[in-house]
Design a protein around this ligand. Structure first.
Ligand code: SF4
Ligand code: SF4
Length: 234
């Protein structure tokens, strides 16, 4: 075990632990969107930004070190995280009451946890066509936050090829799906793709609202509780 200080409080963590996990085990919540527990950091969203030894950095990319000083709740860095979440809302079209993922959406949950009320940035309402070409999945592209979880973690099980990719840059970027490979996905991988998407962009056909409102994961346990106490309802 090594010793570090988080928000002025001395804590212990396992040597080599990821800072997001080490903080969570000590009851300190660091919001995340692209990060997946136990997987290498992708580092695309920066929503887990904290101050480490005085420098702002993405916590998911940090391995804890003896004597490390971490600020999570400091107002400036907390507002920086909130601004990043607000930018994600402004860069897409997010109408939560009509979204299949509401209540189990990580962006929505992190919005609540960071105290966001409305975006400080102008809403851009990007026109991104939905893609319904695959047999079992469709893409509501205007909800994509370009976290790249699907790109990195959902691959064809025979060839290892990527099934999802991001095409274009900046305001022209959009998520793409290889329909031929997608149509060969077994049912459990189709579900995995929907679940790995933190927002309501990758959706499974023919199973709308399979978990009733009021019983969804962030309705029975907050994102903060799940990060610091473990999950109770997958
Ligand atoms: S993806 Fe999440 S934030 Fe966006 S509309 Fe759906 S529930 Fe709301
Ligand atoms: S489709 Fe979902 S998982 Fe894939 S990049 Fe967009 S938000 Fe991330």
């Amino acid at each position: 075990m090594i010793k570090l200080v988080i928000d002025g409080k001395p804590v212990e963590a396992e040597e080599g632990a990821n800072l997001v996990e080490a903080a969570g085990e000590n009851g300190v919540y660091i919001p995340t969107l692209c990060y997946l527990k136990g997987e290498p950091c992708i580092g695309t969203c920066r929503v887990c930004s904290v101050r480490v030894n005085g420098n702002v950095t993405a916590a998911c990319s940090v391995t804890v070190d003896d004597g490390m000083e971490v600020d999570v709740d400091e107002p400036e860095v907390a507002d920086m995280r909130r601004a990043l979440v607000e930018a994600l809302f402004a860069e897409g079209n997010h109408n939560c009451p009509s979204c299949e993922k509401s209540g189990r959406c990580e962006l929505q949950a992190v919005g609540y946890e960071t105290g966001m009320v409305v975006s400080r940035f102008p809403y851009r309402y990007p026109p991104r066509d939905r893609d319904v070409g695959a047999r079992h999945l469709w893409l509501e592209r205007d909800r994509c936050i370009f976290c790249q979880r699907c790109v990195e973690h959902i691959r064809d099980r025979t060839s290892g090829h990527k099934i999802f990719s991001i095409n274009g840059r900046g305001s022209r970027a959009r998520i793409e799906i290889d329909v031929e490979l997608a149509d060969q996905m077994p049912p459990e991988q189709v579900r995995e793709a929907m679940d790995i998407c933190p927002v309501g962009c990758i959706l499974e056909k023919r199973v709308g609202f399979d978990v009733p409102m009021g019983q969804r994961k962030f309705e029975v346990q907050t994102h903060r509780e799940r990060a610091t106490e473990g999950t109770s309802n997958e």
